[in-house]
Design a binder for this molecule. Structure first.
Ligand code: FAD
Ligand code: MLT
Ligand code: ZN
Length: 496
């Protein structure tokens, strides 16, 4: 059984890597430094970062990492893998949270780390064409210097690649304002399993020439081909950003605050994030040197951001909104602060963005990424606590020995997206079986999705049916079989 969990067997139709294969890849790419990393021991220090995922839950056994630097090289690599029946895992920044980016067995890792050119920028429309391996933060800086911003932002921006973002259809912190990548991505260049290069790299906002094939690859998690370049519509970077953090007493008040925010600052609202007390405590205790501000104690916190064109007006508007929220007969907000400058605004954001790392630092972090109707969003956290307590794993008379140490909830409230994190002492079958499929059954009962934004990866193929009907899954299998008939692209992931 592979490290990280699910009992799958290695697909015997895949070839084992031989010295001849490695020799061939060296001929294809080897004249470039670091383009081929090979070792007989998958635990070799040079391979480990590619074999182990971000949360250290999944661990593969690959002996070979390839880093092509051009689309033509990706095509040659895949054509050869296809001919030789060698399985491949595309990997970007390896920040994925569902075990999709690392091998399960001995699949070859195809890293996009060297596909990192920005090919084109149109400063009238803000459309940028970038290769898949460009780090999101670098792309944002690039368009930022030209007066634009990436519509996508997430805590992993310093490591994740734009190709990985598109492959996971990553959501992040500003979907509320700028929508999902299904809207912002205008075109893709993709290499299919047999090496065919499909050029869909359009830079048009309108193009109704039949089926919109690029959409198939947005969120395909490496299962249909390798994305080598992305054409992305970036919005103007507005001169005024205001950020506030607010203490809220109940989850009902968090919702009331959201409704009020949409009504009173809706036209400039760019993010509405929430987290609970445990999340805040985790950030403060696990990452004490991260420099995030110590906040007032509260059951819930909301980070609200506005982006607009007039700093004085936007600030006044936000202040008036907060005063009103505090003055209500039943105040929506107990306490709060609006950032005085960009440094403080950044520190507020870091508090929110550090929750993920804090939870991972605290122990073995089981991450559930659920979308559902907002009114029931936090019920899942309360029900998970009750469920795991009833199983004797959490909140017992001897908490020092409980297998589960923390249960937290945070996320993108504006998108109806909860991150339930169950932090255990270790990843064990006992804890896994207590949470799964319970958490997915709960989600299904509440008409939610078992993956809001992180994807399916290796973690959830057997739970996709909790959110998709049998015909949809049959069509997905059909598409996979058509584009990757030998199943060499990211096997054991997404579909089972
Ligand atoms: P990887 O992790 O390398 O790969 C992810 C998947 O995409 C894998 O299945 C891989 O095979 C495939 N893939 C990668 N590159 C390609 C390619 N070029 N072609 C085809 N397939 C490819 N996600 C959110 O949605 N919202 C968030 O707010 C968010 N915040 C995060 C915060 C932190 C601290 C971390 C660690 C992760 C976060 N994530 C979030 C998870 C998110 O999926 C990733 O951060 C990001 O989108 C993945 O990009 P990557 O380059 O690291 O891809
Ligand atoms: C987030 O919103 O912080 C990310 O999706 C990462 C996570 O869920 O931990
Ligand atoms: Zn998220």
């Amino acid at each position: 059984m592979p490290a990280g969990g699910h009992p799958v067997a290695r697909n015997a139709s895949f070839a084992r890597l031989t010295p001849q294969h490695v020799e061939h890849f060296r001929k294809l790419l080897g004249h470039e430094v670091n383009s081929v990393t090979y070792a007989t021991d998958p635990d070799d220090m040079n391979l480990l970062p590619y074999n182990v995922d971000w949360i250290k839950k999944y661990r593969g056994q690959s002996q070979l990492v390839l880093k092509p630097s051009t689309t033509a090289q990706v095509s040659q690599v895949l054509a050869y893998c296809h001919a030789e029946n060698l399985a491949v895992v595309p990997q970007g920044g390896n920040t994925g949270l569902v075990g999709g980016s690392v091998p399960v067995f001995d699949e070859i890792v195809l890293s996009t780390g060297r596909l990192n050119a920005i090919r084109h920028f149109d400063d009238v429309s803000g459309i940028v064409v970038a290769e898949a391996g460009v780090v999101l933060e670098s792309l944002d800086n690039y368009v930022g210097e030209r007066g634009f911003m990436c519509p996508l932002d997430l805590g992993a921006k310093g490591s994740c690649h734009i190709g990985g973002n598109v492959a996971t259809n990553a959501g992040g912190l500003r979907v509320l304002r700028y929508g999902s990548l299904h809207g912002s991505v205008l075109g893709l260049e993709v290499v299919l399993a047999d090496g065919t290069v499909v050029d869909m790299l359009r830079t048009l906002r309108k193009d109704n020439t039949g089926y919109d094939l690029k959409q198939l690859f947005i969120g395909s998690e490496g299962s249909l081909g390798v994305i080598t370049a992305v054409s992305l519509l970036t919005p103007p970077r507005l001169p005024s950003t205001q950020v506030g953090i607010f203490a809220v007493s109940t989850f009902e008040d968090v919702q009331r605050l959201f409704i009020a925010a949409r009504r009173h600052v809706g036209e400039i609202l760019s993010a509405f994030e929430f987290w609970d007390r445990t999340s805040q405590q985790l950030v403060e205790t696990q990452l004490p040197t991260a420099g995030t501000p110590h906040l007032f104690d509260a059951p819930f916190y909301v980070l609200l951001e506005t982006q607009g064109s007039d700093a004085d007006m936007d600030r006044e508007k936000l202040e008036r909104f907060i005063e009103r929220a505090m003055d209500e007969q039943k105040p929506l907000v107990e306490n709060g602060a609006i950032a005085q400058d960009q440094t403080q605004a950044r520190a507020f954001w870091e508090t929110r963005e550090n929750i993920s790392d804090a939870a991972t630092t605290a122990g073995a972090c089981y991450k559930y990424d659920i979308s559902m109707p907002v009114p029931v969003l936090y019920d899942l956290v309360n029900d998970a606590k009750a469920h795991l307590k009833q199983k004797g794993l959490y909140d017992s008379a001897q908490p020092d020995q409980d297998p589960v140490r923390f249960i937290t909830g945070y996320g993108h409230l504006g998108d109806g997206n909860l991150h339930l994190n169950v932090v255990a002492r270790d990843f064990t079958p006992e804890v896994t079986q207590a949470i799964e499929p319970w958490v997915y059954e709960w989600t299904q009962r509440h008409q939610g999705s078992v993956s809001a934004e992180h994807g399916v990866g290796f973690m959830k193929p057997k739970y996709v049916s909790y959110s998709k009907d049998e015909h949809s899954i049959r069509i997905m299998h059909g598409i996979k079989a058509m584009l990757d008939p030998k199943g060499i692209m990211n096997p054991y992931k997404v579909l089972q």
